[in-house]
Design a protein around this ligand. Structure first.
Ligand code: PHE
Length: 343
């Protein structure tokens, strides 16, 4: 019996230490230590032995069992180790290699100054109860001109040289088209702004671009007057420039407002003393505006006998130029990273 045990021990130890895989190891374990295993079979026959033999063989079997379990565990650990080493040989990682996070400086992106000012303006107006509207950049003649009291052949169409599409639509020349869409959707009283990109068929120079950004504003309520308009424009300018800015209103002609104005601000670059930006006048034209023309309200299905409103069209590029002292509008579209990094 004891010889048999020794034979099992020797054979199993040998098999375990040369087992090529963890699966193989498992089948050896089953064969020797499993319920129907060789060693288990011997333990089962213990009852047939004399008490004295029983305790000797029993002790020996248990000792071999423990020993084989330990050998199995250590072989298993070795096999796992070598499996990991195999994997690592294929999938190695050079931690000294340059990576974006380690050796190269990581530069976060930022918002274009036009987006920044747009969000600022949206915040200022939404805090005063305005809703932000959007509209398409490719517009119809109706929304861009006709419903704004600019019929075909009206000379005011020449004020805004237009990019026409082949099918008779156009690239909107101003965000005023958003006013018309707003009136269609909303019942008075309402307050809306509509920021967006606009296009003019124009030669470019330091103060003209064929593509620029405006924010339209419109408030319709009972008895709106020029005083309301001035109030909201002053709040806007104070928030944007962080201080009170002097303004003046000059008469200005736009077919969709009556009366219409050009709102000028005191030039912040030279503080009104006269410079190239304000063309030595001390004032900068910033904000065309006025009271909404009754015809425009009618196009928007709003009764001009009951309701009145103001509207304005703020040029965002020029506002930023004033705020930062930028002297050429073409920077905005240049994509020049040196320009954009400054904001
Ligand atoms: N839409 C006009 C423009 O771009 C500006 C404007 C808007 C004037 C609203 C008055 C009222 O020239």
């Amino acid at each position: 019996m004891e010889q048999k045990l020794e034979a099992i021990r020797a054979a199993a130890t040998q098999a375990i230490s040369s087992a090529p895989s963890i699966d193989e190891l498992e089948s050896i374990r089953v064969k020797v230590l499993g319920r129907k295993g060789e060693l288990t079979a011997i333990l089962r026959t213990l009852g047939e032995l004399s008490p004295e033999e029983r305790s000797r063989v029993g002790q020996k079997s248990n000792q071999i069992k423990a020993e084989l379990e330990a050998v199995l565990e250590s072989r298993k650990a070795d096999l796992l180790d070598s499996r990991i080493n195999e994997t690592l040989k294929e999938e190695w990682l050079d931690v000294t290699l340059a990576s974006a996070g380690a050796s190269r400086a990581f530069e976060p992106g930022r918002l274009h100054p036009l987006s920044q000012i747009q969000y600022e303006i949206e915040n200022i107006f939404t805090s005063m109860g305005f809703t932000v509207l959007d509209g398409p950049e490719v517009e119809t003649d109706y929304y861009n001109f006709e419903a704004l009291n600019i019929p075909a052949h009206h000379p005011a169409r020449d004020m805004q040289d237009t990019f026409w599409t082949e099918d008779g639509n156009l690239l909107r020349t101003h965000t005023s088209a958003i006013q018309v869409r707003g009136m269609e959707r909303l019942k008075p009283p309402f307050r809306v702004i509509g920021p967006g990109r606009v296009f003019r068929y124009e030669a470019t120079d330091a103060s003209h671009e064929n593509t620029f950004y405006q924010v339209e504003g419109m408030m319709v309520d009972r008895d709106i007057s020029v005083a309301d308009l001035i109030y909201f424009m002053k709040v806007l300018l104070k928030e944007i420039f962080g201080r009170e800015v002097a303004i003046r209103l000059r008469p200005g002609y736009f077919p969709f407002v009556e009366p219409g104005f050009e709102l000028d601000i005191h030039c912040l670059i030279c503080d009104g003393k006269g410079c190239s930006v304000c063309k030595q006048s001390g004032w900068v034209e910033l904000l065309p505006c006025g009271l909404v023309h009754p015809n425009v309200l009618r196009y928007g299905k709003i009764d001009p006998d009951k309701w009145s409103g103001f509207a304005f069209g703020l040029g965002m590029n020029r506002l930023i130029m004033m705020r930062y002292g930028i002297n050429d509008i073409r920077h905005f579209q240049s994509g020049d990273i040196r320009f954009l990094r400054q904001f």
